[in-house]
Design a protein around this ligand. Structure first.
Ligand SMILES: Cc1ncc(COP(=O)(O)O)c(C=O)c1O
Length: 397
């Protein structure tokens, strides 16, 4: 059977990490990495997570399966985080949440849910989008199309183009939207713009599938959920996939969830039964360690307050680095206007330089960005910012 196989090329970002590791230059800078980093270049376990994990170890008496829904308290807490605990959709039982192995696992399950209900759907992603969207949905058997999002000429949101593309869609279309901190563009819609998109979706009857991977990394936990709350106010049905990888720093625990909002509780319970039967056929039972930690944190006022502080510290550091970078690029005399970096949100932005300039940064300066010019703002530290800025100024001179 396997005599036909040959080597699959490595994932671009994983290839970049390997090249960075092998680079002997002591000044090398890794801006390709997809995790938050502190000023010391570390991705530490949050203190609130450490404490909750210790409590979990003390309380846990069995590793027996918990059932397809996993940690039920976690599912409820995620619904509350997404909608705000007093949203009428929660009161009406219109939202169900089931934990999944990370945001990626949740997206894969969402693809299977759509396939179960409407296999002839077309799935639409913004251009650009997180590259894994392009792998996940075709793997579930879907045709993928893209709608306009970032105008590569200006580096800004092409909102008119986005509305025009979405305005042509209908009930057989599923539209993936990044709730906040768009990866890779860093460009988010304003609440007024989201409001227009939600109304358009209701009018055209396409299904919104919201990817929420960075709640709390943009403005704050509530503002970052604006799209989801507007949808819950106005749309009859939609799906949200969420991740605790970034905001709780639980990356390798594979902690995420799929949530569905339906017109009423009966339909929501039907949807939950479909999710459970789909996951039974993929991984049977979800991992519960990460969700158990999140459940403990969000049940405790003290740990929740600590989480809010730690989350704000990560967000503030990223936003601070954004401002410093824009300021220093200006001071270095770089003619191009990079002020958009300061108006964007989350860990990533697209620098928008040429492929040749990206290659020179890597080959001559040991600065690693993804080929589409995505860079991780959290990878910029006070001790490498000046080197990065002068290198960019030199390749752009
Ligand atoms: C846009 C987007 N969606 C989903 C995910 C999934 O994250 P995870 O599977 O680690 O929870 C990521 C992670 O980088 C992301 O950037």
């Amino acid at each position: 059977m396997f005599e036909q196989i040959s080597r699959v090329p490595p994932d671009l970002i994983l290839g970049l990490i390997a090249a960075y590791k092998a680079d002997p230059n002591p000044n090398k800078v890794d801006l390709g990495v997809g995790v938050y980093q502190t000023e010391e270049g570390e991705t530490p376990v949050l203190a609130c997570v450490k404490e909750a994990e210790a409590a979990l170890h003390r309380a846990e008496t069995s590793k027996a399966y918990l059932g397809p829904r996993g940690v039920v308290g976690f599912n409820e807490a995620i619904s509350n985080l997404l909608l705000g605990s007093d949203h009428p959709a929660l009161e009406a039982g219109r939202m169900v949440t089931v934990q999944a192995p990370g945001g990626t696992g949740a997206l894969r399950v969402a693809g299977e849910v759509v396939k179960y209900v409407r296999p002839e759907s077309t799935i639409w992603v913004p251009n650009p989008t997180w590259p894994n969207h392009n792998a996940l949905f075709p793997a579930a058997g879907f045709r993928l199309e893209s709608y306009r999002y970032r105008d590569s000429a200006t580096g800004e949101l092409d909102f008119a183009g986005m509305l025009e593309d979405l305005g042509r869609l209908g009930p057989n279309d599923v539209v993936i939207m990044h709730a906040c901190c768009h990866n890779p563009a860093g460009i988010d819609l304003t609440p007024e713009q989201w409001s227009q998109v939600v109304d358009l979706g209701v009018e055209r009857q396409f299904l919104p599938l919201v990817d929420m991977a960075y709640q709390g990394f943009g403005v704050d936990l509530d503002t970052d959920a604006t799209l989801i709350r507007l949808l819950a106010d106005r749309a009859p049905e939609f799906i949200v996939t969420s991740s605790c990888s970034k905001n709780f720093g639980l990356y390798r625990e594979r902690c995420g969830a799929i949530s569905m909002v339906l017109p009423n509780q009966e339909k929501a319970l039907d949807a939950e039964s479909i999710i459970n039967s789909i996951t039974r056929g993929i991984y049977s039972m979800p991992p519960t360690h990460g969700p158990g930690i999140v459940d403990i944190i969000l049940r405790s006022e003290e740990l929740t307050a600590r989480w809010h502080e730690e989350l704000a510290a990560m967000r503030d550091r990223i936003n601070g680095q954004r401002s410093k970078l824009v300021q220093k690029l200006k001071e270095a005399g770089v003619a191009r206007d990079f002020s958009f970096i300061e108006r964007q949100f989350g860990m990533f932005s697209l620098l928008g330089i040429s492929p040749d300039e990206v290659a020179r940064l890597r080959d001559e300066y040991s600065i690693y960005l993804v080929g589409d010019t995505r860079f991780n703002v959290a990878g910029l530290r006070d001790n490498n910012l000046d080197y990065f800025v002068s290198s960019v100024a030199e390749v752009m001179a």
